[in-house]
Design a protein around this ligand. Structure first.
Ligand code: CTP
Length: 443
């Protein structure tokens, strides 16, 4: 019910001054046009959980495009609209300087605190004439707009203007579910409307340490097969979102438990092997002093596809529409993994020749996933030492020495590198001696 809880103070506290000032002029414009406006969804949920971010969209109960156009006329900045959905993006990046002067009463605002753009969305309902059709979109009340959303905890709205400023609108039981730590859909066809919501359910559940409520769990079991029909692009997008979570393995373990990975691609699983790969990867990346907060996505995919052979790699690439450059990395990685036991029996030069031709990511993964395996140690040795060993002489030096250009340039340089790698030469004097011998041989 509207009005019971007022979040105005919490909102003020959560926003940096520039965004507060921006909100102020939007509120004013909405009042001038008699349009109720709201912040909805994830932002409100996170504000109530004291995990607030700073990015929000504005939902307008009325014509959002008109409101955005008005702001652009008043303050500048371009507006990009989608009339079918009644949405408008007000781009303010280029006008940040002038906006900051216009909005600040006394001091100048920090322009870095402005968003690049702000989305204005007309409250709408969507319905499907028949499954797989594009939804029919109709302007609606905020209440119905909230009803088309995925989970109750994402259906709360914060009224921004007039005497209702700061009021929490909770039509669908979001606050109760938030307090009881429950992920619950609003109606029984939610996953049929959008099967990717099953992946979102697991992601939110693990992020907030909530539980998927029992009826919702039941609906997931009934709808899981629908994931087979979801496009690769949409699945890939959801996986990338999971990779950015604090604890991606927790989400994947849950998806495994719910049998959803197998529905996406037969043979896709998250088990002990993947968890071990993940832990090894974290240790390895720490060892090599990488600074990223999250693990780079390419490694996450490699963990996920841990047990796949080359042909499975090729089909999952097709299923998820992964870029072809990355698919080549995946195949190389499967190849490196399969040749691991062999590496021990090769000479250093043979190893270097093979690994020189593999992509960096496949090598880092090979070393990271196999820290206690001789093959993994060999790759590590290559990454840290062998690949950096090169003769001090290059083609230009040979030219200066008056040696006519020819294919033996490669032979000479390869022989020198092999000698360095094998420890047959240890300094420049020894290298020069070997070079003289080689030159004589080819003269
Ligand atoms: N939404 C939905 N169904 C989806 C995706 C999104 O109903 N498949 C709705 C959700 O209610 C959500 C809103 O659209 O609140 C915006 O989506 P998104 O930005 O993904 O949601 P957030 O909750 O802000 O996600 P996050 O916290 O991960 O940024």
């Amino acid at each position: 019910l509207p009005g019971h809880i007022n979040l105005a103070h919490k909102l003020e506290q959560s926003l940096p001054p520039a965004r507060r000032a921006l909100l102020q002029i939007i509120k004013q414009a909405a009042e001038d046009h008699h349009l109720p406006i709201y912040i909805v969804g994830g932002y409100v949920r996170d504000l109530l959980l004291d995990r607030s971010g700073i990015d929000f969209d504005i939902v307008v109960e009325g014509d959002a495009i008109r409101l955005a156009n008005f702001l652009s006329q008043e303050y500048g900045g371009r507006v990009v609209t989608h009339s079918r959905f009644g949405t408008a993006k007000w781009q303010i990046k280029e006008i940040a300087e002038t906006l900051s002067k216009q909005l600040a009463e006394s001091s100048i605002l920090n322009t870095a605190e402005f968003p690049d753009a702000l989305d204005f969305i007309s409250a709408r309902t969507e319905f499907y004439e028949y499954p797989t059709a594009l939804p029919t979109v109709e302007r609606s009340s905020i209440k119905l707009d909230l009803h088309r959303r995925d989970f109750t905890i994402n259906t709360m709205a914060l009224r921004l203007n007039g005497r209702h400023h700061g009021e929490l609108y909770d039509f669908w039981g979001g606050l109760a579910d938030l307090r009881q730590k429950r992920i619950r859909v609003l109606h029984s066809l939610s996953f049929v409307d959008d099967p990717t919501r099953m992946l979102r359910a697991a992601r939110f559940e693990q992020r907030f340490h909530f539980r998927i409520e029992s009826r919702t769990l039941e609906l997931i079991k009934q709808a899981s097969d629908l994931l087979r029909q979801v496009s690769g692009d949409r699945i890939r997008h959801e996986f990338n979102l999971i990779f950015q979570e604090d604890d991606p393995p927790a989400v994947f373990r849950r998806l495994e438990e719910l049998n959803l990975l197998e529905s996406i691609f037969p043979g896709l699983h998250w088990g002990k092997d993947q968890t071990k790969d993940w832990d090894n990867l974290i240790n390895h990346l720490k060892l090599t002093h990488r600074k990223e907060k999250t693990i780079p996505a390419e490694f996450c995919w490699l963990v996920l596809f841990h047990s796949f052979n080359s042909s499975q790699m090729a089909s999952i690439c097709q299923r998820l529409k992964l870029p072809s450059s990355f698919c080549r990395i995946l195949e190389s990685s499967a190849n490196v993994q399969s040749r691991l036991p062999e590496l021990e029996s090769l000479s250093i030069v043979e190893i270097v020749n093979y690994l020189d031709n593999q992509p960096e990511t496949a090598l880092v993964a090979g070393a990271a996933f196999n820290p206690d395996n001789p093959g993994g140690e060999i790759i590590m040795k290559y990454l840290t030492t062998w690949r950096h060993i090169h003769p001090t002489i290059n083609g230009r030096n040979l030219e200066k020495l008056g040696i006519p250009r020819g294919p033996y340039y490669r032979t000479i340089l390869d022989t020198l590198r092999a000698a360095w790698l094998n420890g047959e030469i240890k300094n420049k004097v020894e290298e020069n001696m070997l070079l003289s011998t080689l030159i004589q041989r080819y003269e």
